[in-house]
Ligand binder design. Structure first.
Ligand SMILES: [Zn+2]
Length: 150
C-alpha cells in the first residue's frame, strides 16, 4: 500500500472482510494515528514492512507494544522522527535500548540506519516517500521480508 489518506476506513474494511489478513507493507508516511488504527483493527498482524518510509518514534512504540502477534518487522532505511528540538529536525540516529528490548520478542527485526547506506540517503532525500521509478529495477524488494518480495 502506498500512502493512504484515510487509514481508519481502509483498515476497518480489511478487518471486516479479510479474515486471513496477516501481512502488510506500507510505503509512505507512517504516523501515530496509522499505528493506532493498525493496533485497533488488525491486532493479529504477523508481518509488517515500513521499509524506506518516514515514521515517528511514537508510531514504532505503538506497533511494538500493541501488535502482540507481530513476528516480522522491517524498518530498514526508514526515516524515524523523534523529538523535535530547536537544534535538529528530530531524526533518530539509532534505536535505544528500550526499543531494542521491545523488538527482541520478534522473530525478525530488520533495520538499517546508516549515513553511508544509499537507500537511507534516498529515503531522506525523498522525504520518506521514495520515488521508486527513479531507481534501479527490483530495488524496491532488494532486502524486503521474503514473503513480501513478490
Ligand atoms: Zn539503509
Amino acid at each position: 500500500m502506498s500512502s493512504i489518506t484515510d487509514p481508519e476506513y481502509l483498515m476497518e474494511e480489511i478487518a471486516n472482510n479479510c479474515k486471513n489478513f496477516f501481512e502488510l507493507k506500507v510505503m509512505g508516511p507512517f504516523e501515530d494515528k496509522f499505528a493506532s488504527v493498525l493496533v485497533r483493527y488488525l491486532p493479529k498482524l504477523r508481518v509488517l514492512s515500513l521499509r524506506c518510509s518516514m515514521l515517528t518514534m511514537k508510531a514504532l512504540i505503538i506497533i511494538l507494544d500493541g501488535l502482540h502477534s507481530l513476528e516480522v518487522l522491517n524498518i530498514s532505511h526508514c526515516l524515524i522522527e523523534g523529538q523535535k528540538t530547536p537544534a535538529s529536525r528530530g531524526i533518530v540516529k539509532e534505536l535505544d535500548e528500550s526499543i531494542l528490548k521491545k523488538a527482541s520478542q520478534l522473530h525478525e527485526f530488520k533495520t538499517c540506519m546508516k549515513d553511508s547506506c544509499i537507500l537511507c540517503q534516498r529515503t531522506k532525500a525523498d522525504e520518506g516517500l521514495l520515488r521508486w521509478y527513479k531507481y534501479e529495477e527490483g530495488l524496491w524488494k532488494a532486502d524486503e521480508v521474503s514473503s513480501l518480495a513478490l
